[in-house]
Design a protein around this ligand. Structure first.
Ligand code: LAN
Length: 721
C-alpha cells in the first residue's frame, strides 16, 4: 500500500520522499527506474537511499562544507567533489530530463485506453508534479517555462482527470474556466486532437488526415515519409496506424464526463469536422502552409470513403514499421511520444496479453523521473551518454581526472562509456530506414540505440580523453574507434554540416507539410553548427590516436565543415543554437571548431567578431543570460538574471577564441564562484535546452559539467603569461 501524508504547502496527497529509491540496472547500462518503498516496507531499513536519489529528491545529502576556494581551479575541484555524489555506481551521472509538458498526457491517455495505470504512489506524485508546475496564469504551456496554451492546459487537465482528480476541486474549476475562456478543447493543436480522439473525447473527423497509405509510396518519391526527420516520422507511423483504424478507447463514464467538461458546447452538438484547422492562437508557432491546407481538403474527401484494400495495406505497413522500431530499441522507441503511440498500436493489434505489449509496459518507468516536485515524464529515457561525455572531457582537460581522489570516478565513467558504444547495426537494419549505428554512441542508453552525430562525436572524444590519462586502461580499441569514425564520415551533408540523426533526406519545402503547429523545422533534418563541431572535433581527436586511418577523407571532411561553420555565422558574430539556449551555446561549439582549425582572435576576423559579440552580451555582474525566447524568435533575448551555465559557455568560448581581454573572463569566473555553495554545488537556475525551436527542456547536469570545465579552463588561461 502506498503511504501518503498530507503536506503543509501542497493541499493534496504526497508520498514521503524518504521512501523513493533510484534503481539503475547494470545490464542495460544506465537504464533507471524509481521505486517507492511504503512506510511499512522493511526494506527501508536495509536499502539505503543513495546520494543521487537524495539529490534529485531535494533531500539533504549531508555533504560537508569544503575549504573555501581561492582560485577557479579550487572551485572546480570543489564542484566535482560534490558532483561525484551524483554519479551512479555503474559509472554514469544520473539526471532528470524534464521540461516538456505535452508528454504526460500521452502517457496517461495511452495507459488509460489500454487498461493500465501507474502505481498508486506514482499517481500521487504525478498529480503533485502537474499542480506544482501549474503556471501563475492558471494553466500549462508547451513546457514548464512557457505561459499557458490550449495544448498544455486542456491536455494536463485531461491527464489530471484520468489520474483520478476530482473535477470539483477549486483548482480544477479554475482550469476548466480557463479552458472555456480560450475556446474549449476544439482549439487544441493536431497532436492533442489525435490523443483526445484516441481517448474518445474528440472525434477523428476533426483531425486532419494522417493516411498510412503514404508508406506504400515508392522510396524515391521526394516527399516519401522516410525522408522526414526521424522523430516526426516515428510519431506519424503509429499515428497513421491509429488514424487508419480509427482507434477509440472504451467510452467509460469518466470519458463521458471529460467530454462534457472540456468543451463549451454539449459534446454531441459539436461538428468536429469543422475544427480540423481550429487551433488557439496561443499555441501556433508554425501556421499551416496553404499547400498543406489544400492537401488536407483533398484528403478529407478521400477519407469519407478510403479504398479499403489500400487502407488495409497502409495500416499493415505502418504496423510493420512499428514492430521494427519496437524491436530495434528494446521497446524504448526513439522518444516518449512514439513510445505511447506504439504501445497503443501493439495493444490494438497484438492484444493485451501479447509479449510485445508487456514489453512496452515494462519500459514505461524508463521515461519517468521522480523529483522533489513530483513525478515527471522525461524527454527521452535519460541523457546518460550526453552528460557522461561532457563531464569526462572536463575531467581530462582540467586535470581533475589525474587527481588521486577522482580515479575511481574516472574509471567508473570510462567503463560505462565502453559499454555504451553500439557494436552492431539495428536488428532490422536495411528494412527500417535507419542510419547505421555500429561504432556510434547514443544520446541516452545502449538499448535505445540511436546514432546521433554529436553524441557519437562527444562519446568518442570522452573515451579518447579518458584513455589518455596516466593510469586508465584502454577498453575501447582503435578498431572500435574506427567504427565510430566510419559512421561519422557517413553523416556529412553536401553543405559540409552534420545533422542530428541522419543525413538530410528531403527538401526543406517538406516543411510545408508540417502539421504539428507548435514546432518549427521538424519535417526534415537540418545541419547544425553544434552537431558539426562535435563530429569534426572527434575526427581530429581520433587522428591523434590513429594518424593514418582515412586521414585524407577526415581532413577534407573537416575542411568542408569549417567552411560550413563560417557560412553559418551571423553578421553580429554569433551562431544560432538549435539544441540549447541559444546564441551563447552555439557560439561555444562554433568556436571549438574554429579553434581546432587554428583560428583564434589573433588570426581570424570571424573569431574576433564572435568574441566581441559575446563580450558585448556580458551583464553587469559579469555573467551571461539568455532566455529560451532567443530560440523561439531567433533574436538574442536577454535574461533578467545571469545564468551560471551560460556564463560557463561564454568562458569556454572566449578561451577557445583566446580572447585577449582577460578581465572579461576573470569577472565571469568571479560570478560563477560567487554562486557556488560551500558544499561545492551550484543551485538550479533557469532551463538550459531547447528543441524544435519552441520547446524548452532542462539539462540540470550542465550546471556541473560545463561549469567545472569552464573554471578549470579559465584557471589555466588566466595564469598564462
Ligand atoms: C534531443 C536531445 C538531445 C539532442 C542533442 C544531442 C543535444 C542535439 O545536439 C541533437 C538532437 C537531440 C538528440 C535531441 C533531438 C530531439 C529530442 C529527442 C531531444 C531534444 C530530447 C527530446 C526531443 C524529442 C523530439 C521530444 C519528443 C517530441 C517530439 C516532437 C516527437
Amino acid at each position: 500500500m502506498t503511504s501518503t501524508t498530507p503536506a503543509k504547502d501542497y493541499p493534496y496527497d504526497r508520498t514521503d520522499l524518504e521512501g523513493w529509491r533510484l534503481v539503475v540496472s547494470e545490464d542495460s547500462h544506465g537504464q533507471h527506474k524509481w521505486v517507492y518503498l511504503g512506510q511499512d516496507d522493511p526494506r527501508r531499513e536495509t536499502w539505503e537511499q543513495s546520494q543521487p536519489a537524495k539529490y534529485w529528491l531535494d533531500l539533504n545529502l549531508g555533504a560537508p562544507e569544503l575549504p573555501e576556494p581561492k582560485t577557479p581551479m579550487e572551485a572546480a575541484r570543489n564542484g566535482f567533489e560534490f558532483y561525484k555524489r551524483l554519479q551512479d555506481e555503474d559509472g554514469h551521472w544520473t539526471g532528470a530530463y524534464g521540461g516538456p509538458m505535452f508528454l504526460i498526457p500521452g502517457l496517461i491517455i495511452g495507459l488509460y485506453v489500454t487498461g493500465r495505470s501507474l502505481r498508486p504512489e506514482q499517481i500521487v506524485e504525478m498529480r503533485r508534479y502537474l499542480f506544482t508546475k501549474r503556471r501563475p496564469e492558471g494553466g500549462w504551456g508547451l513546457h514548464t517555462a512557457a505561459p499557458p496554451t490550449a495544448f498544455g492546459t486542456v491536455m494536463v487537465y485531461v491527464a489530471l482527470r484520468l489520474l483520478g482528480t476530482d473535477k470539483d476541486l477549486p483548482e480544477m474549476i479554475e482550469i476548466r474556466a480557463l479552458i472555456h475562456k480560450i475556446g474549449g478543447a476544439v482549439r487544441v493543436p493536431s497532436w492533442a486532437k489525435a490523443w483526445l480522439s484516441i481517448l474518445g473525447a474528440y472525434e477523428w473527423e476533426g483531425v486532419n488526415p494522417v493516411p498510412p497509405e503514404l508508406w506504400l509510396l515508392p522510396d524515391w518519391v521526394p516527399f516519401h515519409p522516410h525522408r522526414w526527420w526521424i522523430h516526426t516520422r516515428n510519431v506519424y507511423i503509429p499515428l497513421g496506424y491509429l488514424y487508419g483504424v480509427r482507434f477509440v478507447g472504451e467510452i467509460t463514464p469518466l470519458v463521458e464526463a471529460i467530454r462534457e467538461e472540456i468543451y463549451i458546447d454539449p459534446y454531441d452538438s459539436i461538428d468536429f469536422s469543422k475544427h480540423r484547422n481550429n487551433v488557439c492562437e496561443l499555441d501556433v508557432y508554425q501556421p499551416h502552409h496553404p499547400v498543406l491546407d489544400g492537401l488536407n481538403e483533398i484528403l478529407a474527401v478521400y477519407e469519407q470513403c478510403p479504398l479499403s484494400p489500400l487502407r488495409k495495406m497502409g495500416v499493415d505497413r505502418a504496423y510493420e514499421l512499428v514492430v521494427m522500431e519496437d524491436e530495434n530499441t528494446g521497446y524504448q522507441t526513439i522518444g516518449p511520444v512514439s513510445k505511447m503511440f506504439n504501445m497503443v498500436c501493439r495493444w490494438h493489434r497484438d492484444g493485451p496479453e501479447s509479449e510485445a505489449f508487456k514489453q512496452h509496459c515494462a519500459k514505461i518507468d524508463d521515461f519517468l523521473w521522480m523529483s522533489g516536485e513530483g513525478l515527471m515524464m522525461t524527454g527521452t529515457n535519460g541523457s546518460q551518454l550526453w552528460d557522461a561525455a561532457f563531464m569526462s572531457q572536463a575531467l581530462v582537460e582540467t586535470g581533475l581526472g589525474e587527481e588521486k581522489q577522482n580515479t575511481e570516478a574516472v574509471e567508473g565513467v570510462l567503463d560505462w562509456l565502453d559499454k555504451c558504444q553500439m557494436r552492431e547495426n539495428p536488428k532490422w537494419y536495411g528494412k527500417d530506414y535507419r542510419h547505421a549505428t555500429k561504432g556510434a554512441w547514443p544520446f541516452s542508453t545502449l538499448e535505445q540505440g540511436y546514432t546521433v552525430s554529436d553524441c557519437a562525436g562527444e562519446g568518442l572524444k570522452a573515451v579518447i580523453g579518458l584513455q589518455s590519462l596516466s593510469y586508465t586502461p584502454s577498453p575501447v580499441t582503435p578498431d572500435r574507434m574506427k567504427d565510430c569514425v566510419d559512421v561519422l564520415l557517413t553523416m556529412q551533408n553536401p553543405d559540409g554540416g552534420f545533422a542530428s540523426y541522419e543525413l538530410i533526406r528531403g527538401n526543406k519545402k517538406m516543411e510545408w507539410l508540417n502539421t504539428a503547429e507548435v514546432f518549427g523545422d521538424i519535417m526534415v533534418e537540418y545541419t547544425y553548427p553544434e552537431c558539426t563541431t562535435s563530429s569534426i572535433s572527434a575526427l581530429l581527436h581520433f587522428l591523434r590516436v590513429c594518424p593514418d586511418y582515412r586521414r585524407g577523407e577526415i581532413n577534407s571532411c573537416v575542411d568542408k565543415a569549417i567552411k560550413y561553420v563560417h557560412d553559418k555565422q551571423k553578421p553580429d558574430g554569433s551562431w544560432y543554437g538549435a539544441w540549447a539556449i541559444c546564441f551563447t551555446y552555439a557560439t561555444m561549439f562554433a568556436l571549438e571548431s574554429l579553434s581546432m582549425a587554428g583560428e583564434t582572435c589573433e588570426n581570424s576576423e570571424s573569431v574576433r567578431r564572435a568574441c566581441a559579440f559575446l563580450a558585448g552580451k556580458q551583464m553587469e555582474d559579469g555573467g551571461w543570460g539568455e532566455t529560451y525566447m532567443s530560440c523561439v524568435t531567433a533574436e538574442y533575448c536577454q535574461h533578467e538574471q545571469s545564468q551560471v551555465v551560460q556564463t560557463a559557455w561564454a568562458v569556454l568560448s572566449l578561451v577557445y577564441g583566446r580572447y585577449t581581454d582577460k578581465q572579461v573572463i576573470r569577472r565571469a569566473v568571479d560570478l560563477i564562484m560567487s554562486r557556488q555553495l560551500r558544499d561545492g554545488r551550484w543551485l538550479q537556475e533557469d532551463t538550459e535546452g531547447i528543441f524544435n525551436k519552441n520547446c524548452a527542456i532542462d539539462y540540470p547536469n550542465y550546471k556541473f559539467s560545463f561549469v567545472i570545465w569552464a573554471l578549470g579552463r579559465a584557471d589555466k588561461y588566466l595564469n598564462e603569461s
